[in-house]
Design a protein around this ligand. Structure first.
Ligand code: ADP
Length: 452
């Protein structure tokens, strides 16, 4: 027995190995990494970053006690730190926090440190990808733009000088917006504006520059939902300066209406003119994302939005999960396909109830119906947001739930949905539709019945 060495391990190592903190895959994370170390152990880590701070970190490992202890302490050290500081948690920091480690297992600390750093870097990369300039011409703006293929370069044969000038102005504006996401619904009251507002605020929380355009003539509720009632964008040098709130530039029809009934009595061409003006004259500047809260349905107003916007990254369709809503979702999808607009997916709202007392979420409408609609229509399912009294309360108070109660059931669902939409858009709209076969069929059908 004289060769046997007694290896001393600290009480902290034993404690973290026996009762690891932050163990397991979380429901919500926006940074992730998986690394296999030289010893053959694989560690996975997830971070949830908000406003550049690691709010939560968690891990799993297939290694044994020291690996558990190192993952546990590394994630504990990361929480509450800035992204930069969390990414810098080193092997030495981990060993020191554990009160020392036997030399032969120090590699576990190196693995935990490397995995944490990679998870933080992957988060930063994803955000940077969402923020990349759209093309080499972006930033140059029209005066110095060299993109010969740009449709704003030349007057079309059927265009008057004035129409050309207007189109150029609009395209110059849109050229500086990297991603455009249109939020649609088959009918009103399903939570379209709620999703649009939380999407815009959630993307801004990720560090993106965001605009939110509310052209829902049936009830422009964005000013209320963002606590901007009574505010007015001001005009400067022929531009409309959006109202800014926590990094989101907002223009809404609601800012211009004396009474909520005003817009409803406008005629079609007037509505198109207003949508054009908000897009064209809005001083949006360089944006990573413009989220558009569209009028519900598949009529002239949403059609004008798509026609004016030109190329968009995709549409998010919001629905409730009843059978009658399914018909509307179907119509919205066909509408997008006819216009060659990629459908990013469907968000199911108010299918379940998040009880404020017991915290449990219970299906109140048709359980899983949103998922089934998405499967049948071969589009992505972007998540389900439960009925949560906090959603209605925060909307009325002008402080979106993703900001005020991010850990509530609806707050977490919305965050997951925002992350999924951000990820899909950053990956490229061409990957955003599930099916090509179905699209071809729809196009074929549309060609046979162009007005159906
Ligand atoms: P739409 O834009 O489709 O007309 P809104 O987003 O304006 O719908 O939502 C209609 C009403 O329903 C608002 O008062 C909103 O606060 C409320 N609401 C939306 N989603 C939820 C939800 N998940 N839980 C509770 N209330 C909700």
């Amino acid at each position: 027995m004289e060769n046997d060495e007694v290896v001393h391990v600290s009480a902290t190592v034993i404690e973290h190995a026996q009762r690891p903190r932050n163990y397991g895959k979380p429901t919500l994370a926006n940074g992730h990494a998986r690394i296999t170390g030289e010893c053959g152990d694989t560690m996975e880590m997830w971070v949830m970053v908000r406003d550049e701070v690691v709010e939560r970190a968690s891990f799993t490992t297939d290694g044994c006690a020291p690996s558990l202890a190192c993952g546990s302490i590394a994630t504990t050290l990361a929480e509450g730190k800035s992204l930069e500081d969390a990414a810098s948690v080193s092997q030495d920091d981990i060993v020191q926090a554990l009160g020392g480690l036997p030399t032969e297992v120090v590699h576990c600390a190196a693995l935990a440190s490397a995995t944490l750093r990679a998870a933080c870097e992957n988060y930063a990369k994803a955000v940077a990808q969402r923020r990349q300039p759209a093309s080499s011409s972006e930033g140059a703006h029209c005066g110095s733009c060299t993109d010969r293929s740009c449709t704003a370069q030349n007057r079309r044969p059927n265009e008057t000088e004035e129409e050309f000038a207007q189109r150029q102005k609009l395209e110059q504006r849109l050229c500086r917006i990297r991603h455009k996401i249109v939020v649609l619904s088959g009918k009103g009251g399903v939570g379209k504006s709620t999703v649009a507002v939380n999407l815009a605020v959630g993307l801004a929380q990720d560090g993106c520059t965001v605009g939110l355009l509310d052209v829902d003539f049936h009830g422009p509720s964005v000013p209320t939902m963002l606590g901007l009632e009574g505010q007015k964008p001001y005009s400067h040098d022929g531009e409309l300066i959006p109202v800014e709130r926590n990094g989101v530039k907002v223009l809404s029809l609601g800012f211009f209406l004396e009474s909520p009934d005003d817009a409803v009595i406008w005629r079609g061409p007037m509505k198109v003119g207003v949508i054009r003006q908000l897009l064209q004259d809005g001083a949006w500047g360089d944006l990573d994302f413009l989220v558009i809260d569209c009028p519900p349905g598949t009529g002239d107003e949403p059609l004008s939005v798509f026609q004016l916007l030109g190329k968009v990254d995709g549409a998010v369709i919001v629905t409730t999960p009843q059978r009658v809503a399914e018909i509307d979702v179907r119509k919205s999808i066909t509408f997008c396909r006819k216009l060659s607009v990629p459908v990013l997916g469907v968000v199911e709202n108010m299918g379940a109830f998040a009880c404020p007392h017991c915290g449990k979420t219970t299906a109140i409408l048709r359980d899983g119906a949103g998922k089934r609609i998405a499967e049948e229509m071969r589009i992505r399912y972007l998540g389900s947001i439960p009925v949560d009294p906090l959603v209605a309360e925060t909307s009325d108070d002008g402080s979106p739930i993703i900001e005020t109660y991010p850990d509530s059931a609806a707050g977490l669902s919305l965050r997951r949905t925002v992350d999924e939409i951000g990820r899909l858009v950053a990956a490229g709209a061409s990957h955003a539709t599930c099916d090509t076969e179905d699209k071809q069929k729809e196009t074929h059908d549309a060609n046979r019945h162009p007005h159906s």
